[in-house]
Design a protein around this ligand. Structure first.
Ligand code: PMP
Length: 401
């Protein structure tokens, strides 16, 4: 008889030569449980999705209730579906007035695609600016603005007229000129290695966009929904983007993304021609019901503040660990989005492996092999944090330089 692992390797398309390969039994709160009876403390939230923890009862209840009522009934935007409308209304009430028109998608990359199309149609321009080290998704449009050549090159030709600039460098912003439809950026570069934004750079970026009439797209797929200690990271940068992109935690564990702009900008999707951007499943009623339940929990339990406070304590503890350990270059982060940068890639790899063997799930970031990513549930308790820190401390002891 073939083992589940053999079947997994044979029939599930492999995108890595070394998949983690845990065989999941169930997940609850901050823990993931495997079929072999082990329990793992999840400091990844798979990745930055389970912001309120796994299988939160109110979310499961909302999913079941909606599933009994109706599943998919019509392509996007034609019927009035209460879960979509209720989630959109709630999001709009939490966002600045200019971000009140919401287009739901199935994923982050689709939301980025929609945002790019919208910017092109709205401005009548084709130029796009993105940043080195960025990640915006793996479909062809979002891959075109993803700032790592090694992932783009095998798929050329991609979108034309894309320029990559160094992140956090204000001296190059004059490259954004009146041919540019939009500048797309993450407020914190996630896959780039948890790169913290420079506030002056972002202020200058917004000013340059305004000067030349380019739209500013914030990709908050990873940083949104309380992850960084505010509901959206743009709040901490004290600016409002023209288009906001969300996904990951938005659906409370179900597939859901969104791009959000003003009605004046969004109007371009319904004219010349009408139906300029359509989707069958975007804004699925079950995903929206789960997303609303998750957002309500986040607000009711004050998880955004908790994210800020727990994140600060976790970061301080990691910075102390960093001081004591020569293998670590730096610990940095905002809220519950933290990167632990090692001096050498192999140390980072050993550390993640050791931690996993001891029951703690940590991850890498895509564009660098030296940064360990931590995005635990915002609900992480003090006890769970100590458990995670204890495992990390022990894992560090056996890292070879
Ligand atoms: N943008 C950012 C900033 C992301 O981190 C990701 C996913 N890692 C995406 C876009 C793509 O989202 P998805 O995987 O849902 O397509």
């Amino acid at each position: 008889m073939t083992s589940p692992r053999e079947t997994f390797l044979k029939h599930i398309c492999q995108t890595s030569s070394d998949p983690i390969g845990l065989e999941i039994d169930h997940a609850h709160g901050s823990y993931v449980y495997t079929k072999d009876g082990r329990r793992y403390l999840d400091f990844l939230s798979g990745i930055a999705v389970a912001n309120i923890g796994h299988t939160y009862p109110a979310v499961i209840k909302a999913i079941c209730k909606q599933a009994e009522q109706y599943l998919h009934v019509m392509v996007y935007g034609e019927y009035i579906q209460t879960p979509q409308v209720a989630l959109a209304e709630k999001l709009a009430s939490l966002l600045p007035e200019s971000l009140s028109s919401i287009y739901f998608t199935n994923s982050g990359t689709e939301a980025v695609e929609g945002a790019i199309k919208l910017a092109k149609k709205c401005t009548g321009r084709t130029g796009l600016i993105s940043f080195h080290g960025s990640y915006h998704g793996d479909t062809q449009g979002s891959l075109s603005v993803t700032g790592r050549e090694v992932y783009r090159r095998p798929f050329y030709p991609l979108l034309p007229n894309v320029t990559f600039l160094p992140f956090n460098d204000p001296t190059v912003l004059n490259r954004i000129d009146s041919s540019v439809a939009a500048v797309i950026t993450e407020p914190i570069q996630g896959e780039g290695g948890v790169i913290i934004p420079d506030r002056d750079f972002f202020r200058a970026l917004l000013a340059q966009c305004r000067k030349v009439g380019a739209l500013l797209i914030f990709d908050e797929v990873q940083t949104g929904m309380g992850r960084t200690g505010s509901l959206f990271a743009f709040e901490q940068l004290k600016m409002v983007p023209d288009i906001l992109v969300l996904a990951k935690a938005l659906g409370g564990g179900m597939p859901l993304g969104a791009f959000i702009a003003s009605p004046a900008i969004m109007r371009y999707l319904s004219v010349d021609p009408p139906l300029s951007h359509v989707t069958t499943f975007g804004g699925h009623p079950v995903s929206c019901a789960a997303g609303l339940a998750s957002l309500n929990i986040m607000l009711k339990k004050n998880l955004v503040r908790q994210s800020k406070e727990t994140g600060k304590r976790l970061l301080t503890a990691l910075q102390q660990l960093a001081k004591k350990n020569k293998a670590i270059h730096e610990a940095r982060g905002m809220g519950m989005m933290i990167g632990l940068e090692f001096v050498e890639g192999h140390q980072c790899e050993q550390f993640v492996k050791r931690a996993r063997e001891a029951g703690l799930l940590l991850g890498f970031t895509l564009h660098t092999n030296r940064v360990v990513r931590m995005t635990p549930p915002l609900t992480l308790s003090e006890k769970e944090m100590s458990e995670g820190l204890g495992i990390m401390e022990r894992a560090l002891k056996v890292i070879h330089s």
